[in-house]
Design a protein around this ligand. Sequence first.
Ligand SMILES: CC(C)(COP(=O)(O)OP(=O)(O)OC[C@H]1O[C@@H](n2cnc3c(N)ncnc32)[C@H](O)[C@@H]1OP(=O)(O)O)[C@@H](O)C(=O)NCCC(=O)NCCS
Length: 235
Amino acid sequence: MREIERREPPEPELLESEADKLNFLMLSERMFYPDRHHPDSQAQRLAKRRLHSDEKSGVKFFALKDGGAIVAGGSLRIQDRSGLRIALLTDNFTIPELRGEAYSNKITTERLRWAAEQGCYAAEANVRTDNPTALAAKLKNGFNVTSLPPSLRQGSTRSFKIYKNLRLPATTDLTSSETAYQPEWEEIPLSDLDTIRHRLRSGWLGIDVKNAGKKESSDPQDWVLILEKNAPTLH
Ligand SMILES: CC(C)(COP(=O)(O)OP(=O)(O)OC[C@H]1O[C@@H](n2cnc3c(N)ncnc32)[C@H](O)[C@@H]1OP(=O)(O)O)[C@@H](O)C(=O)NCCC(=O)NCCS
């Protein structure tokens, strides 16, 4: 493993070249499926196939580079829903050596800035319910958990849908004593998906996650989702 000097994350880039995009896709595959080992030639072939379909649906790739090599990335595509442009965020990763150094935060901030500049009304993403670290990172970026769709196949891992409005005025202060808004909060274990789903269907929003004990654990059993009732409707 190569030595990487720790410092402030570099500036994000919107990738243009086919070589960069293929490197992004191969690295993303390794970050998401660390147990799958494809020989280089097969990994290249898979990435080319994926790039072909991603380019057709207008996917944009953002990356942070260290000495020319991609060390963190995230992609997005814009969907038109009845005239509203929504940015779908996908493929967010940071190489293990640089995790916890705000690289993902930088990539997501850039994707949100870019999406807002393109006239997007909101951003959405899916985050697996068994990935509290990824959920923490996205909620830190101002996303809310809005729903927990049923699993597509029996036994498959479920994903939360998360949402962020990109048009709220920056000055909105929901905690101001002058507002009539009285929030109510509840903490539900991240492993109790039935209760979480029930709350999300009854007007609650997931606004944060916290580790309920074992500091470094990424086991959903050790995490709680903080839900807020009757938050002002953002979408
Ligand atoms: C999820 C992932 C992208 C986070 O990348 P990262 O660069 O380490 O994230 P950041 O350092 O920018 O962290 C952003 C916020 O996420 C939260 N976070 C990140 N790692 C965390 C951890 N281990 N425990 C608790 N919170 C964590 C923190 O709130 C952090 O902000 P803070 O440090 O200011 O409190 C990275 O762990 C990864 O690549 N995982 C494998 C691929 C994956 O699962 N991607 C997610 C797809 S949705």
